[in-house]
Structure formats: structure tokens, C-alpha cells
Ligand binder design. Structure first.
Ligand code: UD1
Length: 333
């Protein structure tokens, strides 16, 4: 039986574009809705791109009906934790209110499957070594809260309607497509590996280590870094799962172990082959000390088998893309 078409919001962004690439390679019919605020038209490849906002209900309803959409993958969001602390309403507006509008359109159009980009930030400062999906939700920044509220809307809507969903809680996504065709060109990036690679290629003067007094082995923040291609694959597996009749579920996406900021800096220096200009700085608002996933559930339920659990490989693909950016060879340069 032919599968329905897929709407990917935020498909021109960093993570969304890697998912779009995998979906189109698998022969899926994909429509991207992206306002290009941080995404790039070039990143969507052969997929159809509609430039617009997820909060625009008239546009979204039109798209769902005209393309016969039965699955929605929702990436469009603001994602910068410290910005969410200084400008919370920006995050509640885009991440929560616009998701509510999108869900209203989905309900009206009878969309059956919804895959939501959630975040490890819903756990706040977790107790213990690693978070399971059942760990308490206690976000410490507006970003995490804005996403958690969307999870709750999805939970309630799935209970009240025929919609089924998978909420994927991403840990720290990094790396770029190993074939070098797409990558992370996000302007004014704040992500550690991206920033470190910008320093390595000379596009940024120095790397600040935000906090050296955390209760971690070397005093710097620890995160579970996952390659974007593995994360993208989890979305395709989640779609298969829903199409196969799977129940709504929330799943962590990480590798289950973490690296400190200093360990990441070491890896970037190793891969780049030279030292980075690094400076120690105070803690950044909204940052928890440690975030590591227990991700067994995604593996067992979806059959997800990550392929790139290797920090140096992750860094290498990031650095390759960064070099192309520095040379002006790719979009976003
Ligand atoms: C990232 C995601 C967030 C997600 C979270 C899940 C983005 C923009 N952020 O946030 O959506 O909820 O993972 O874990 O997608 N650091 C430095 N110097 C820098 C940059 C970062 O020391 O220049 C440190 C941070 O203090 C932190 C670690 O590196 O300890 C990772 O930070 P970052 O890469 O910004 O990601 P998160 O804030 O964890």
C-alpha cells in the first residue's frame, strides 16, 4: 500500500534537513515547511520547500489537505538554551503556541502520525547517572518547559483522537552528513562542537569553557553527543513504528555515555591536529551539569541501531563541514 505524504516542519534546518535527506533517499513523498529563519533552502535537496510558518494555520491546513499528508515530523523550533532564559516568551510563542496551532490543523485534517522533536532539557538536573524516559520532568530553562508543554499537548490529543505520536527526546546532536552534502550552517551557533570547529578553522577567535566548577570529574559540563545521522535514522524508524500500528510513546535519543567539555576540546584538537584558543569562563545560565541518556527503549522498540557512536568521527564530520564553510564552498558560508 502506498504511504501518505509527509510534512516536515523545520526541514531546512540542521537536524530536519538530515531527516529530509534520509526520507527522500528512501523514496518518501516529502513537503518541507520552513520559515528559513535559521534554515537554508539549499539544505532540502529535492524535496518541495514551502516557505512559511508553522503558526500560520491557514497555510498549514492548506498544505495538509493539498498534499494528502498523513504524517507530520515537527522540527521547527527555537533551540538555544541561554536565549530561552533571557527571552522566554519567544520560546513559548514559537515552540509551544505554534505547536498547538499545528496540532489543531493536524486534528482537523485527520493526520495519523506525528513525530515530535523533544529534548533532554525536559529532565532539568537529573538525579543519578543517566535519565530514563521515566525520570522526573523538571526543566530548568524555558526551552525545556516549552518542549515539555508540547509533549503534554500531544499526550492529551493522542488520548482524545486517532492521532498517534512518537516524542523523541534528543540529547546533544552533533556532526554533519559524512558525504559532505549537508551540514550545520546555523548562524550564530552556540553548540559546543560547532563552536569548537569554528575556532579550529579560524572563523571564531576563541572557545569559552562555560563553567569549570561543576560536580563532574573534570569540573566541566558532561553531555551525551549523538551523531545527527543516527538521530535522523531514529525518526525513520519511529515513522515505520507508527505506520505499523505502534502506540504513542516517548523515547530518549542518545548513546548512553557522556563527554565533558574538556574531552570534546581534546577531541577537536586531536582531529584538527592543532591546539585551540580556549578560555575558562563562568557557568552559562540554564546549563545542567550532566545530561546522559538511557536509550534502551528506542533500541528495543524501534530496532534503532546507532552507527556513529564515536566522538572523533562526530568531530571529523563537523570539522569537514566547517572547513567547507570557511572556504565559502557551501550554503551558509
Ligand atoms: C543542546 C541543545 C538543546 C538540547 C540539549 C540537550 C541546541 C542549540 N542546544 O543544549 O536544544 O536540549 O543539548 O542536552 O541545539 N559549552 C561551552 N562553550 C561553548 C558552548 C557550550 O563550554 O561555547 C558547554 C555548555 O556549557 C555545556 C556543553 O558545552 O556544558 C554543551 O553545550 P551546548 O553544545 O550549547 O548544548 P546544550 O546547552 O547542552
Amino acid at each position: 500500500m502506498e504511504q501518505g505524504a509527509i510534512l516536515v516542519t523545520g526541514g531546512a534546518g540542521y537536524i530536519g534537513s538530515h531527516v529530509v535527506r534520509q526520507l527522500t533517499a528512501a523514496g518518501e513523498r516529502v513537503v518541507v515547511l520552513d520559515n528559513l529563519s535559521t534554515g537554508f533552502a539549499e539544505a532540502v535537496g529535492n524535496a518541495e520547500l514551502v516557505v512559511g510558518d508553522t503558526g500560520d494555520q491557514a497555510l498549514v491546513s492548506r498544505l495538509l489537505a493539498s498534499h494528502g499528508i498523513d504524517s507530520v515530523l515537527h522540527f521547527a523550533a527555537h533551540t538555544v538554551v541561554p536565549e530561552s532564559v533571557s527571552n522566554p516568551l519567544k520560546y513559548y510563542g514559537n515552540n509551544t503556541c505554534h505547536t498547538r496551532n499545528l496540532l489543531a490543523c493536524c486534528q482537523e485534517a485527520g493526520v495519523r502520525h506525528f513525530i515530535f522533536s523533544s529534548t533532554a532539557a525536559v529532565y532539568g538536573i537529573p538525579e543519578g547517572d543517566a535519565c530514563t524516559e521515566d525520570s522526573p520532568n523538571a526543566p530548568i530553562n524555558a526551552y525545556g518547559t516549552s518542549k515539555l508543554m508540547s509533549e503534554w499537548m500531544l499526550r492529551d490529543l493522542s488520548a482524545a483522537s486517532g492521532l498517534r505520536h512518537v516524542a523523541l527526546r534528543y540529547f546533544n546532536v552533533a556532526g554533519s552528513s559524512p558525504d559532505g552534502s549537508i551540514g550545520q550552517s546555523t548562524p550564530r551557533a552556540t553548540l559546543l562542537i560547532k563552536v569548537a570547529c569554528e575556532v579550529a578553522t579560524g572563523r571564531r577567535e576563541k572557545l569559552m569553557i562555560f563553567g569549570t566548577d561543576y560536580p563532574t570529574p573534570d569540573g566541566t559540563g558532561v553531555r551525551d553527543y549523538i551523531h545527527v545521522e543516527d538521530l535522523a535514522d531514529a525518526h525513520l524508524k519511529a515513522l515505520d513504528y507508527l505506520r505499523g500500528g505502534g502506540e504513542s510513546v516517548t523515547l530518549n535519543c542518545g548513546y548512553g555515555h557522556g563527554y565533558s567539555v574538556r574531552e570534546v576540546v581534546d577531541a577537536v584538537e586531536r582531529v584538527a591536529g592543532h591546539r585551540l584558543n580556549v578560555e575558562e569562563a563562568p557557568r552559562r545560565p540554564g546549563d545542567p551539569p550532566i545530561l546522559i541518556a538511557r536509550a534502551d527503549r528506542a533500541r528495543s522498540l524501534l530496532g534503532w541501531e546507532p552507527k556513529y557512536d564515536d566522538l572523533d568521527f562526530i568531530v571529523r564530520t563537523s570539522l569537514e563541514w566547517e572547513k567547507k564553510l570557511a572556504a565559502g564552498e557551501v550554503y551558509g558560508a
